[in-house]
Design a protein around this ligand. Structure first.
Ligand SMILES: [Zn+2]
Ligand SMILES: [Zn+2]
Length: 299
C-alpha cells in the first residue's frame, strides 16, 4: 500500500514562490492498496490536480468507483471537490464518508458549497453518482481495507482514520489539538480531578488509534509551544506533540501535516534537517518528514 500527498496545507491554499517545494494545496491524500483499490482522504484543493491525474490514469481503465473519507467539513478539507473533474463524469460513483454533525446532515453541509450562491453547478447536477455515509466512531470495511475512526479534538466533529490493508497501517490525526484540563490543578477540586481523568482518557485513545502504525499523518500546524499556546481553541497541534505521541505509540514514520499557510519551504526544510539530526542524536527510530505534494510513501 502507498500514501501519496496531493495537498498538505491547512486553512487555505497558499500558492506562491515561498511554497513551491512543499506545495500550496490543502488536504488531499491518495491511499492505494496493492490491489489497485483507491481511497481518497479529504477533498481540499489538492483533489483538483489529483482528479486530472485520475483522468489520465484510472479513468482509462473504466468508471471510477471510489470512497472519499472526509476528516470533517471545514473549508480546507472540502473546497476542492467542485473542481474535481471525475465528479462530472456520469459513469463514476463516489461514496463520501464523513462525521455525523450537529449542524445538519453530511450531504446538506457538503453540498451547500455548490449552492448557486457560491458555485454555478449543483452537486446533484455534476454527473457522477454520489452517496453519503455518516460515520461515528467505529470500524467499516471498504473492499480490502479496514477503516477505523477516532474522534479528535477540533471545534467541529472531526475524525482520525486508521486504514489497515496489505498488512500495513496508515493513520491520520488532523485536525487535532492536544487535550488540556482547563479546570486547573487536579488536586485542588473534584471538578479538576474529573477533568484531568477525562483528558487522560481522551489522550490515551489517540495513542491507541495510532499504535504501531507504519505511517502517521499528524497535524503539526504549529512549530513552537508559543505558537500552540497563542492559538488554543483553534484545533491544531504542534510538532512536539506529534513526535511525543508517535514515539509513545511506537509508530514507524511521521508525516508532519497541515502546514500553516505562512510556513515557507525554507522553514520546512530547516525543520526536516533539524528533526532528522535530533532523532539520530537521541537514537530514536521514528522517521520524520514534512509532507510534500506529490510525495509517495510506499509501505
Ligand atoms: Zn484543516
Ligand atoms: Zn478544521
Amino acid at each position: 500500500m502507498y500514501a501519496k500527498f496531493w495537498g498538505v496545507r491547512g486553512s487555505i491554499p497558499a500558492p506562491g514562490p515561498q511554497t513551491v517545494l512543499y506545495g500550496g494545496n490543502t488536504s488531499c491524500i491518495e491511499i492505494r492498496l496493492a490491489s489497485g483499490q483507491l481511497l481518497i482522504i479529504d477533498a481540499g484543493s489538492g483533489i483538483r490536480e489529483f482528479g486530472l491525474w485520475l483522468l489520465a490514469n484510472d479513468q482509462k481503465q473504466g468508471p471510477l468507483k471510489t470512497d472519499i473519507l472526509l476528516t470533517h467539513t471545514h473549508w480546507d478539507h472540502i473546497h476542492g471537490y467542485p473542481f474535481f473533474v471525475p465528479a462530472y463524469i456520469k459513469s463514476n460513483e463516489f461514496t463520501i464518508h464523513g462525521p455525523v454533525n450537529y449542524a445538519g446532515n453530511l450531504e446538506k453541509i457538503f453540498s451547500a458549497q455548490m449552492d448557486y450562491t457560491y458555485y454555478p453547478i449543483k452537486l446533484e447536477d455534476a454527473g457522477a453518482k454520489v452517496r453519503f455515509n455518516e460515520l461515528k466512531e467505529g470500524t467499516i470495511t471498504l473492499g480490502g481495507a479496514k477503516v477505523t475512526t477516532c474522534y479528535l479534538n477540533h471545534p467541529i466533529l472531526c475524525l482520525g482514520y486508521r486504514v489497515e490493508a496489505d498488512d500495513r497501517v496508515i493513520c491520520t490525526v488532523y485536525d487535532h489539538e492536544p487535550y488540556v484540563n482547563i479546570f486547573g490543578n487536579p488536586e485542588d477540586s473534584d471538578e479538576a480531578r474529573e477533568a484531568q481523568e477525562a483528558v487522560d482518557m481522551a489522550s490515551e485513545k489517540v495513542l491507541r488509534h495510532i499504535e504501531n502504525a507504519d505511517l502517521v499523518i499528524y497535524d503539526a500546524q504549529y512549530h513552537t509551544q508559543q505558537e500552540l499556546d497563542s492559538h488554543r481553541g483553534w484545533g491544531h497541534s504542534s510538532v512536539e506533540e506529534a513526535i511525543a505521541n508517535c514515539l509513545a505509540a511506537r509508530a514507524k514514520q511521521l508525516a508532519i501535516f497541515h502546514h500553516d499557510p505562512t510556513r515557507s519551504d525554507e522553514e520546512l526544510n530547516a525543520l526536516h534537517t533539524g528533526l532528522r539530526q535530533r532523532m539520530q542524536n537521541e537514537d530514536k527510530h521514528l522517521v520524520i518528514f514534512p509532507a510534500k505534494e506529490r510525495l509517495l510513501v510506499s509501505l
